[in-house]
Design a protein around this ligand. Structure first.
Ligand SMILES: [Zn+2]
Length: 238
């Protein structure tokens, strides 16, 4: 075979390979879209209390990688529970996490939020003024890490328990983010990407976020001592 013919054959082969890869990729995306279309938006219901298992592997950079968990703790490993599902949904955040929760003292959920902050996810937390001071509250640790936290400024409780992940995935239900709620109480969580359900929660979060802006409540006066100690992002901007 002449050199010219060899080059031609190799070139055509490379072109065919490139087209095949692109076609397979197109086919894979079409199949995924088709499957998604048939199933509709994500929806999942979780009930608590949950079995107590090791969740160490979920804090790795990519929990989808099923590598053996190196953790030597005595808890069961490799089990999928309501709590591991909740953690997976939470840790799927790539751009933003808006969290609105009444009581937040779960160390594992606190660790997840701090991990997201460390990954560059924009985290905003709205909570209750009284319950952010409960024993074991994670709010102080979140603030110390520079996470923007606001609390209910009115005389009523901020009693919501919901999170919006990346502006499209809603996690909501009765569950407070406490160990008692996770391991002892009868609780529920609904996870959905149904826009008709997610969008009102996005609006509610933004409305509460704006309404509880410290700058609105302490425009010129010296803020109360508890807010003076807050990191720059949470202190009133005057
Ligand atoms: Zn373990």
């Amino acid at each position: 075979m002449s050199l010219r013919r060899t080059v031609k054959v190799v070139g055509l082969g490379a072109l065919a390979l490139t087209l095949s890869v692109e076609w397979l990729d197109w086919l894979r995306r079409r199949l995924r879209w088709w499957r998604r279309g048939r199933q509709g938006p994500l929806k999942e219901v979780l009930f608590f209390p949950t079995a107590i298992t090791c969740v160490e592997h979920l804090y790795t950079p990519d929990p989808r990688i099923n590598s053996p968990c190196p953790c030597p703790c005595p808890l069961p490993h490799g089990l999928e529970t309501s709590f591991t599902r909740l953690l997976r949904h939470l840790l799927s955040a790539a751009a933003s996490l808006d969290l609105c929760v009444f009581a937040f003292s779960s160390q594992e959920l606190g660790r997840a939020v701090l991990l997201l902050q460390g990954r560059g996810v924009a985290v905003r937390v709205l909570t209750d003024r009284d319950y952010m001071r409960i024993t074991g509250s994670q709010i102080g640790a979140l603030r110390s890490a520079g996470i923007c936290v606001r609390h209910e400024m009115g005389a009523v409780h901020m009693h919501h328990k919901f999170a919006v992940v990346d502006g499209r995935r809603l996690i909501t239900g009765s569950l407070n983010w406490t160990l008692t709620a996770i391991q002892s109480n009868k609780e529920n969580i609904l996870v959905t990407e149904e826009p008709d359900l997610v969008l009102p929660f996005i609006g509610e979060f933004q409305q509460l976020w704006d309404a509880n802006d410290p700058a609105r409540h302490y425009p010129r006066a010296t803020p109360p001592s508890d807010t003076l100690a807050l990191p720059r992002e949470t202190a009133p901007s005057v």
